[in-house]
Design a protein around this ligand. Structure first.
Ligand SMILES: C[S@@+](CC[C@H](N)C(=O)[O-])C[C@H]1O[C@@H](n2cnc3c(N)ncnc32)[C@H](O)[C@@H]1O
Length: 226
């Protein structure tokens, strides 16, 4: 469960071109994943929301469409947060630089926590998710989006070709970073092999855990309740 890489450093390096690459590499489907995740989260205009591992704020934007009472963004990468702060509609948002393993919020504070494509990068996934449990209100909702490798053999074969060969090459060219996208695809493989999010959340104490597989199972969407 421990993640040895210096993820802060990696995301600082790719922050500049992160959005562009995201949309190219997912052919724009990431917008659908985000919309679906927020829709299933029980969010309302009374919600107090944390967007954890918020990155450059694309997910935050999807959340804001529901006009929650309060929203706080948190991420370990200073450069990702800087990018977020430059975006239209996000300039005055509360954004703090922190790692999930040491989030400085009151217990029982948030009604909703979202983590989109961030969990697998945590230094210690269990610790990060335990913290989420603590700072959620009773009956509060955790919503996680994360990549996984498709379970069906044929799809997995074709997707692996794209994911492990084509994607790092495009990532290398556009981000002009030789290794960051290799790390990113390897992190998906490692996470897929080692982590069962549903079991992890159950052991922490979450209830009503549901898992949805999106786009032929390349993304998992998990919702859970405290
Ligand atoms: C792939 S990006 C996803 C960003 C955003 N949620 C999105 O959907 O576009 C992963 C983010 O997780 C952040 N991150 C990685 N490890 C973290 C940790 N331990 N605590 C908080 N944020 C972390 C990175 O800095 C990066 O911005």
């Amino acid at each position: 469960m421990q993640n040895g890489h210096n993820t802060k450093n990696i995301f600082d390096r790719i922050a500049k071109r992160y959005d562009l690459l995201n949309h190219i590499l997912s052919i724009g489907i990431d917008k659908y994943w985000r919309r679906k995740a927020v829709k299933l989260s029980n969010i309302s205009n009374k919600s107090i929301v944390l967007d954890l591992a918020c990155g450059s704020g694309d997910f935050t934007k999807a959340i804001m469409k529901y006009q929650p009472k309060k929203i706080i963004c948190a991420d370990i990468s200073e450069f990702m947060l800087r990018k977020l702060k430059k975006k239209k509609g996000l300039k005055s948002i509360d954004a703090i630089q922190t790692k999930a393993e040491a989030i400085p919020f009151r217990v029982n504070y948030f009604t909703n926590i979202f983590i989109a494509f961030g969990v697998r990068n945590f230094y210690n996934i269990n610790e990060g998710l335990k913290n989420c449990y603590d700072i959620l209100q009773f009956k509060g909702n955790l919503t996680i989006l994360e990549f996984q490798l498709p379970r069906r053999k044929f799809i997995r074969k074709i997707y692996s070709l794209y994911f492990f060969k084509v994607l790092p090459a495009i990532g290398r060219i556009i981000s002009r970073d030789k290794t960051a996208y290799n790390y990113l695809v390897e992190s998906v493989k490692k996470f897929d092999n080692e982590t069962n999010l549903k079991n992890l959340l159950q052991n922490i104490g979450f209830k009503n855990i549901r898992k949805y597989e999106l786009t032929q199972g390349i993304v998992q969407l998990i919702t859970a309740e405290k």
